[in-house]
Write a protein that binds this ligand. Structure first.
Ligand code: ADP
Ligand code: MG
Length: 698
């Protein structure tokens, strides 16, 4: 926007120093531009009027045309109030004010038509309205339509007599002055293609819509623009990275063929094959790969990663696989060792518990280039870990690692070349979020489970069915299966946590006196945890009682039942992860969600969703709707989700179009130099100089 919008807010008529300070402190509104972007969060439909006899107590806000028959101040002290009898030709209504009494009583005139606007509540047979807004019927401005903007304010603003109406008044004044200064910020081609409302009309209509239709068009236009610029930025970052980091070219696939033909224990799913092809194309392209691999729990990401590792190793480079916990790193190591050995490859494990001697050997082999595969935890990120020629880094369960750690993996090479990076996550992220959160990455999705998996049966049971549930567990254990029983982890109170778990453990020992039970919780040392996990994995214990430490990645195919205690205390994504611990073998598996009777509305939706579907993406969409984009696991630090008008849980379609448009524009004109793209360039220059901190995205 032009210089006009940099004008200090104090220079708007009606804004003095006091108001200016309040707007700055409370709403971060410093300039004209900030004010105009303080959009209303809803509009009141002021086209509807109600008759007094039609008022019902479940109505949210209503407006009534009538006049004041009588007004008096009654009571004293804090109970002192102004009560007016408001009538129309169908009945009467009491209006009550506790504040601003003197001022109002001087102002309200009898026998003149007013519009009273407020929330009705019932008092015996009569209705009343506390603190209604009063406007003279004659003064109502019909010119600007009947949709009236409602703005966020704060208590402090209200105390300073700046309420939503005051802000509306300021907006109106500003828009009158601003209209001709509002530049178009999108190129004509996009405006035409999507029939977008011009910027200046959009700004006017988002505040004071001429009609519902205009409001919708204005909102669409502003959402589109917002998402377009976020995507443009992400794609620019991606292009810059691709330019900056040429990738090592891996064309040789001999190890892949050898493994595929002689040692692959099962047929890959079509989704696995497709993803491997996508990754191979990256590894072959001469550009550095940064790819996110999304796949529901149990979809078989590990084998995909292994095959891609073989592509890198075939070309004589080394590979690293990093997992978020020791248990998971060990599990990967255990699972991959037979595969690696079968084709004669060395593989090593590096974690915090690796002894000095072991470390020395690993360090040496890495630097000599004689260790092709290294699996490990965060320990891999330490500076002393240096590869001779790292070709591919795989990061499992991405949301546990920060973006900074991801970047660290790039700098592990003695040589000048950067490794390709593959990030795997089992937390399905709705497409819209992924496009924004990982907009600078390429995304592959395994959207198919291996054949022969029986879908897990999910049940919700209340406490009164506990004996039944225990009886069922006994049957399963007698049939040779194993069972998880998980207790919630309460972060604020580790003690209470442990108490739940210990009580649970005791009651399970009593209920299953002859059954060996393992127990794992966050307070145990790593080696104790591992010991218990191993007992369970080897089938020596039949029940695993645990807090959510088993949430991610643990693979015990013989376990067929997951019981989640206090299931309402878990988030949807977490429950879905937990459920994914079973159903990994050929047997029918079950997930039993135990709760008390008392459940919040959201908890009910969560439990019903899990019972209804095992599709991780569907679950993620529901989660997004319930919690909003800012609360989805893995999104917290990102800041990319601070959007003004767009809502990633609803605006997926607009986002897709915006991203597509941004990609097309960058493809034709990567530096945005053409005349046609001048509005984009100007807008970016302006925004970069000003408030918006692009760097928070990368
Ligand atoms: P995740 O995607 O959750 O990491 P894993 O890679 O641990 O899943 O795979 C889950 C299980 O499925 C493993 O035991 C693995 O060996 C097996 N598996 C993977 N792909 C297939 C397939 N195509 N057919 C049969 N089993 C498979
Ligand atoms: Mg996994």
């Amino acid at each position: 926007m032009s210089r006009f919008f940099d004008t200090k807010i104090d220079y708007l008529k009606g804004v003095g120093e006091r108001t200016g300070n309040l707007l700055r402190e409370e709403l971060s509104i410093h300039t004209f531009g900030d004010l105009i972007q303080h959009y209303p969060f809803r509009h009141e439909d002021r086209s509807q009027f109600h008759k007094i006899e039609d008022i019902r107590e479940d109505m949210p806000y209503v407006q009534v045309i009538g006049h004041i028959r009588k007004a008096e101040i009654i009571g004293a002290g804090p109970k002192k109030r102004l009560v007016a009898v408001f009538v129309d030709d169908t009945g009467e209504l009491e209006l009550v004010w506790f504040k601003g009494i003197q001022w109002l009583s001087g102002k309200l005139k009898p026998q003149i038509d007013y519009v009273a606007f407020g929330k009705p509540s019932r008092f015996g047979q009569k209705f009343n309205m506390a603190h209604p807004e009063m406007e003279l019927l004659a003064s109502i401005d019909r010119e600007n339509g009947q949709l009236f903007p409602v703005y966020h304010t704060t208590e402090k603003l209200k105390r300073g007599r700046i309420d939503s109406r005051t802000i509306a008044r300021l907006q109106k004044r500003l828009l009158e002055k601003a209209y001709e200064h509002i530049p178009e910020t999108l190129p004509a081609s996009l405006i035409e293609r999507y029939r977008l409302m011009p910027k200046r009309d959009a700004l006017r209509n988002i505040h004071f819509p001429e009609s519902i239709n205009c409001l919708e068009k204005a909102t669409f236009r502003l959402k589109f623009e917002e998402l377009f610029y976020v995507q443009l930025r992400l794609l620019t970052l991606k292009l810059a990275r691709i330019d900056k980091y040429p990738g090592q070219v891996f064309g040789d696939t001999k190890l892949v063929h050898e493994f595929y033909e002689s040692h692959l224990p099962f047929e890959l799913t079509n989704a696995q094959k497709r993803v491997i092809k996508e990754i191979y194309a990256d590894l072959h392209s001469g550009k550095q790969m940064n790819r996110l691999l999304q796949g529901d729990v149990g979809s078989g990401k590990t084998i995909v990663a292994f095959i891609c590792m073989l592509i890198a190793i075939s070309s004589g480079t080394q590979v690293a696989l990093m997992a978020p916990t020791e248990i998971l790193a060990e599990q990967h190591y255990r699972n991959l060792t037979p595969f690696a050995n079968a084709i004669g490859l060395e593989i090593a494990l590096l974690t915090g518990s690796t002894g000095k001697r072991g470390r020395r050997i690993i360090d040496e082999m890495l630097q000599m280039g004689t260790l092709p595969i290294l699996v490990g935890t965060h320990a891999l990120l330490e500076d002393r870990v240096q590869f001779k020629n790292l070709g591919l880094s795989v990061v499992d369960e991405q949301h546990r690692f920060g973006v900074a750690q991801r970047a660290k993996l790039w700098h592990k090479n003695a040589g000048s070349e950067y490794p390709h990076v593959l990030v795997m996550t089992a937390t399905p992220i709705p497409r819209t979020l992924a496009m924004t959160l990982y907009g600078d990455l390429d995304v592959s999705v395994i959207d198919e489970l291996p054949k022969g998996r029986k879908p897990i049966k999910t049940l919700h049971r209340f406490e009164n069915k506990r004996l039944h549930v225990f009886g069922f567990l006994k049957e399963q254990i007698q049939a040779g299966r194993q069972v998880y029983i998980v207790y919630p982890l309460i972060e604020e109170s580790e003690k209470l946590d442990l108490k739940h778990l210990e009580d649970g453990y005791e009651s399970i020992r009593r209920a299953f006196p002859d059954v060996p039970v393992s127990c794992v919780h966050g307070r145990m040392s790593g080696s104790d945890k591992d010991y218990e996990m191993h007992l369970f994995a080897q089938g020596k214990t039949k029940i695993m009682v645990a807090t959510t430490v088993i949430e991610v990645g643990v693979d015990v195919p013989n376990a067929t039942v997951m019981v989640v205690e206090n299931a309402d205390r878990f988030g949807l994504a977490q429950l879905h992860q937990l459920r994914g611990r079973v159903g990994r073998g050929g047997e029918q598996s079950y997930c039993i969600l135990m709760t008390d009777y008392k459940l919040s509305k959201d908890s009910k939706v969560r439990l019903e969703t899990l019972v209804r579907t095992t599709n991780g993406f569907e679950i993620a969409e529901t989660d997004l709707k319930l919690r909003g984009p800012g609360n989805i696991e893995g999104t917290q630090q990102s800041g990319v989700l601070d959007l003004l008008v767009a809502d990633l849980s609803k605006d997926g379609k607009i986002l897709q179009e915006a991203r597509l448009s941004a990609a097309e524009i960058l493809q034709d004109d990567p530096d945005l130099v053409s005349l046609e793209h001048a509005p984009i360039r100007q807008h970016i220059d302006k925004v970069q100089k000003n408030t918006f901190n692009w760097s928070r995205i990368s």
